[in-house]
Design a protein around this ligand. Structure first.
Ligand SMILES: Nc1ncnc2c1ncn2[C@@H]1O[C@H](COP(=O)(O)OP(=O)(O)OP(=O)(O)O)[C@@H](O)[C@H]1O
Length: 286
């Protein structure tokens, strides 16, 4: 099967080949400036006695450009969350460099939003107030805060639940709230760690469509971790597979099924879908 890896159409590559599976060269990729640069990264968590313990990531290099939707797949324990935490500035590399927005990543930043599998909303604040929180930290005035937060809640379909406390929401609604809260800081980059992993299939599909439409309309750069190959094929402009322990990049491809259908369900009926899925599963196993 010949599928086109490069969105510009300048390179006809096939699934399942070896060395040419490197991500297309800059000339082939229609994205913006480089926002994330990971160079020869190694991470070994401390062994608890102040010395480096097991190496989790080894010699990993990755550039992400503005507007990309990068999905990361990989077996459990290969270091996906660790990589996200490094990008978020929650961890420091043991060696190598992690630069985000041109600076070494060294702590949380309003320009980098993070959404985890569990929403982590403040339980004592209404959803409206949760979304307003980041704006308050940025000293946005009360009326403007309210107006902006209402806009983000409307964008994620939560206007009617604005005055609810988090415990009064379903899992899917909580994730919508978490997404709205992240968007309220107007980040340039959104890091998402299995954000829909705990949701039922229908809610998950609705939220996939929502995130895709937010990505299209805002131009956000998204780094999205999942275990779900279908989700990767629907969402990602680019799919990165981490393999091994310590984790390394085994596959880094432009997704040939990107933007082919407007939902995962429809994508499953695409003529090239089964081959693409098999290919990624093999890459995950290798
Ligand atoms: N804070 C920590 N201290 C020590 N070891 C850790 C820490 N966090 C993660 N690890 C170890 O690092 C390895 C990679 O973990 P990580 O959570 O990054 O993997 P993952 O690919 O995201 O896994 P999963 O898909 O199961 O979420 C695991 O062996 C884990 O035990």
């Amino acid at each position: 099967m010949a599928l086109n890896f490069a969105r510009s159409g300048s390179a006809e590559l096939e699934w399942g080949r070896g060395p040419e599976e490197a991500y297309p060269s800059e000339a082939d990729v229609p994205w913006g400036e480089r926002l994330i640069s990971v160079d020869n990264l190694t991470l070994a968590y401390s062994n608890g006695r102040g010395k480096p313990g097991k190496t989790v990531l080894d010699g990993l290099s990755l550039d992400i450009r503005e507007g990309e939707f990068v999905v990361v797949l990989g077996a459990s324990g290969c270091g996906k969350t660790s990589l996200l935490r490094l990008l978020a500035g929650y961890e420091r590399p043991t060696s190598g460099a992690v630069e985000v927005l041109g600076r070494p990543s060294s702590g949380p930043s309003a320009e980098v939003g993070v959404v985890f599998q569990h929403a982590n909303l403040f339980p004592w604040l209404t959803i409206q107030r949760n979304v307003e929180f980041g704006l308050k930290m940025k000293r946005v005035g009360r009326a403007e805060r309210k107006r902006l937060a209402s806009g983000y809640l409307s964008q994620v379909g939560l206007s009617a639940a604005a005055d609810y406390l988090p415990y009064q929401l379903s899992g899917g609604m909580k994730q919508r709230g978490a997404i709205a809260r992240s968007l309220a800081s107007e980040p340039r980059i959104l890091l998402m760690d299995e954000p829909f992993g705990a949701l039922d299939a229908i809610t998950r599909e609705n939220l996939q469509t929502l995130v895709k439409s937010i990505w299209r309309t805002t131009g956000l750069t998204v780094f999205f971790i999942t275990h779900d190959v279908d989700e990767a094929l629907y969402l990602g402009s680019r799919i990165v597979v981490l393999n091994g322990s310590p984790g390394q990049i085994g596959t880094d491809i432009a997704n040939p099924l990107f933007e082919r259908e407007d939902s995962v369900t429809r994508l499953r009926s695409h003529k090239d879908y089964a081959a693409a899925r098999d290919h990624l599963l093999k890459r995950l196993e290798s």
